[in-house]
Every structure is written in structure tokens, then in C-alpha cells.
Ligand binder design. Structure first.
Ligand code: C2O
Ligand code: CU
Length: 409
């Protein structure tokens, strides 16, 4: 990690922070079962860590400040762990994360499994937004709206680029591996004239792929999407983010371009879209539960975000004996959506506002949209000892109190 000058669009260059000199940082491509070793050196002026978002690993490698002392400027750290699961994961700092991620510190890990669906062309897509001033520098500190709602940028980034043009052949089956690394923006991805087949998410492939016209992706979430490219040579398809109401209406959030897909070459017969996927191993139900209530409070003149009425680090730890399953009653008492993220473990949604989710529709996630004024019932198996964080992935909310800890003993 080091300072770097990055050019976004055709504006003046931006003093950013980057992994290996680029934003997004490197794509680490590995196979399920591989052992990964990352030689991390901190050449930033501030301390930092790397959190491996969604990866099931030993607590000492998780990168939160509850399990490692931050890596000081000039110092190094070896991160080392096995990749147990296939899917798309990502990594980012867990120190002053709202500022450090915004400055450009994020990258992806693509873990390939053995039985992956077929496709003709694959693209890892990192969606982000950044708030740039006219001189190219980052407008670092959020205004009140940016604190209350999560900070949104004025420049949308598709793999670090502003409205890039991508090439594909008509007829191809395109596989998009999507991650939203923004601080506060929810993307709602659409490809003009095409349906998106969602075949996987945070924890890999899902049992029953489904089709959508547009796909909401909250900060921290990933999706594995297949698209059969209809159209002809010469067609240009707009990839956009569509209005999405997460509690503040859609006035500030019109349809906006992300990229253009240009169909070139000759028409081909594409691979079939995936029709089914592996069933998830379901976590046991009916055991003990704990509540996570998301709230907001104005304390000492400042907007804070709470868990069970308390502001981190005053949120009491949840104790779970190693190996046990717990039901998490995730209740959102606010009038906006929050992306809830759990470190180190997957969870499965077993009910929404008390209505059971059919077993065939349960799958592994690590980040989920908690809808406003409602409750999700999640099941998780805590089978790795250590201190594990859970928090809202709107980083302005997390850094202002909406974080808690599960202590697996
Ligand atoms: Cu990507 Cu603690 O999170
Ligand atoms: Cu939040």
C-alpha cells in the first residue's frame, strides 16, 4: 500500500492510496483449496491492515484491529491462509476504513471451484464511486447527508475507469463477477435490453439461478451474473445503474452510465446459461439466538449509528462456543437500508419478517441488505475461534458506531 497518482476519467490526476500502484488493486486469481501468502508492506504515512472480506480464515489473518495490531508505516506483515470457498472475495483496510477505502485501497480475490458453469467471456467488475474536487483531489470528509445516508461520490467508477467501453461478440455468454466497493452507494446494475441471470453471490454459486432486469448491489456484496448477449455486430449496449430507493427516495439517484458494451467481430452461438447450482449445506435451526438491532441516535451533537442501542466499542460482545450455530435476529429500526456484514463466517437467511425462506432458496452470504423497519432471521455456524466483527458496510455508519463483535471461544 502506497500513495499513488491515479487519473480518473479525463480530469487532473488524483492523489490516491493504492495497492501495487493501481485502483482497483490487484486481482488475485487462485483455485479453491490453494494456500495464499500475501507479502504486505505499508508504505503509507498512516497505519493500516488488510481485511479479506468474505474469506473464511483464522482470526489472526482477518485484519480487524481486534485481532492484529495495525501495520505501521514502513512495516510489513505476512497474511497467509487457505481458500476454503470458491467465489469472488475482496480486500480492504480495517483502520479508518471510511477514509482509507475511499482513497483507493481495495482489490479482489477470484477463487475458482471445480465445477463452474460454462461461459464465453468473463469479467471481474469492481463498482465504486468517488467524490472528486475540480483539482482532482478527493473531497475527503462527508457532509451531513454523507454521514446520515452513507457517502456517495460524484464520479462512478467501473474497474477504476469512468464509462469505459468493453468489447464482446454478439451471442456470447458473458459472466460478470461483480463487487460493490463503494462507501455508501448502492448500485442497481442493468444492461440495456438484457436480463441478468444471477447464479451466485458472496458465498459462491446458488442452488436456483434467477433472472432480473436490474440487480441491486449494496456496499460489500458480490454477485455472479450470466448474460446471453443478443444483438448484432455494431450494437452498443449501455450498462447503467438504475434508481434504487434505499430509504431516501430516488431524486438524487437517477439512471447513470457505468460502461458501454460494444458488440464486435461476428455472431457466435454462446454457451447455455446455468440452470441450476449446488445446494448449500444448511445450518441447523432452532438453537440459541442473539439479537442485532440497528439504530440511529444523536449523541453529544453527533450523528451516531447503534447496535442494540450502543455505539461501538461499547456494544457488548456476543459469546459463542466454538462449533455452535446461532440464529441472528437482525432487526433494522431505521428508515433506511443497511448492508449487514459478518466477518469470517457465512450466514443463511431463514426468514424475512417471520416468513420462512424455503430451504431451496437458502444460500451462503456474508453481506446482506437489511431492509428498513424489518427483521431478517439469519443462521450462522461459528466454527473458528477468535474475535469476529459484524457491522454495517456503509463505512460512515460502521466508523460511527454500527459495529459489534462475536467472541467465539
Ligand atoms: Cu468489508 Cu469489516 O468489512
Ligand atoms: Cu448502515
Amino acid at each position: 500500500a502506497a500513495p499513488a497518482d491515479i487519473t480518473y476519467g479525463d480530469g487532473p490526476s488524483t492523489p490516491a492510496w493504492a495497492y501495487n500502484g493501481s485502483v482497483p488493486g490487484p486481482l488475485i486469481e487462485v483455485a479453491q483449496g490453494d494456500h495464499l501468502r500475501v507479502h504486505f508492506r505499508n508504505d503509507l504515512p498512516d497505519e493500516t491492515t488488510i481485511h479479506w472480506h468474505g474469506v473464511r480464515l483464522p482470526a489472526a489473518m482477518d485484519g480487524s484491529v481486534f485481532v492484529q495490531s495495525p501495520v505501521q508505516p514502513g512495516a510489513s506483515f505476512e497474511y497467509e491462509f487457505d481458500l476454503k470457498d470458491s467465489g469472488l472475495f475482496w480486500f480492504h483496510p480495517h483502520v479508518v476504513s471510511d477514509l482509507q477505502v475511499q482513497r483507493g485501497l481495495y482489490g479482489t480475490i477470484l477463487v475458482r471451484g471445480e465445477n463452474e458453469p460454462e461461459f464465453d467471456r468473463e469479467l471481474v467488475v469492481v463498482l465504486d464511486d468517488i467524490r472528486l474536487l475540480a483539482d482532482g483531489s478527493i473531497d475527503e470528509y462527508p457532509d451531513d447527508d454523507g454521514i446520515t445516508n452513507g457517502r456517495e461520490g460524484n464520479t462512478l467508477l467501473f474497474n477504476g475507469q469512468v464509462s469505459p467501453t468493453l468489447r464482446a461478440q454478439p451471442g456470447e455468454t458473458l459472466r460478470l463477477r461483480l463487487v460493490n466497493t463503494a462507501n455508501g452507494r448502492f448500485f442497481n446494475l442493468k444492461i440495456a435490453g438484457h436480463q441478468l441471470r444471477v447464479a451466485g453471490t458472496d458465498g459462491g454459486l446458488i442452488p436456483i439461478p434467477y433472472d432480473v432486469d436490474s440487480l441491486p448491489i449494496a456496499p460489500g456484496e458480490r454477485y455472479d451474473v450470466f448474460v446471453s448477449l443478443s444483438g448484432d455486430v455494431g450494437d452498443e449496449l449501455a450498462i447503467t445503474t438504475e434508481p434504487y430507493d434505499r430509504g431516501h427516495g430516488t431524486d438524487d439517484n437517477p439512471s447513470m452510465p457505468l460502461a458501454t458494451l460494444s458488440l464486435e467481430g461476428s455472431k457466435v452461438t454462446g454457451k447455455p446459461l446455468p440452470e441450476d447450482g449446488p445446494a448449500a449445506e444448511l445450518f441447523a435451526e432452532g438453537g440459541e439466538s442473539f439479537a442485532v438491532v440497528l439504530g440511529e441516535a444523536f449523541i453529544g451533537g453527533e450523528q451516531k449509528f447503534t447496535i442494540n442501542g450502543a455505539v461501538s466499542p461499547d456494544v457488548p460482545d456476543v459469546m459463542v462456543p466454538n462449533g455452535e450455530t446461532r440464529i441472528i435476529e437482525l432487526q433494522n429500526d431505521t428508515e433506511q437500508e443497511h448492508p449487514f456484514h459478518l466477518h469470517g463466517f457465512f450466514f443463511q437467511t431463514i426468514a424475512r419478517d417471520g416468513v420462512p425462506v424455503p430451504e431451496s432458496e437458502r444460500f451462503n452470504k456474508d453481506t446482506i441488505i437489511s431492509p428498513m423497519m424489518s427483521t431478517l432471521t439469519l443462521a450462522a455456524r461459528f466454527d473458528e475461534p477468535g474475535m469476529w466483527m459484524y457491522h454495517c458496510h456503509i463505512l460512515e455508519h460502521a466508523e460511527r458506531g454500527m459495529m459489534g463483535m462475536v467472541h467465539v471461544e
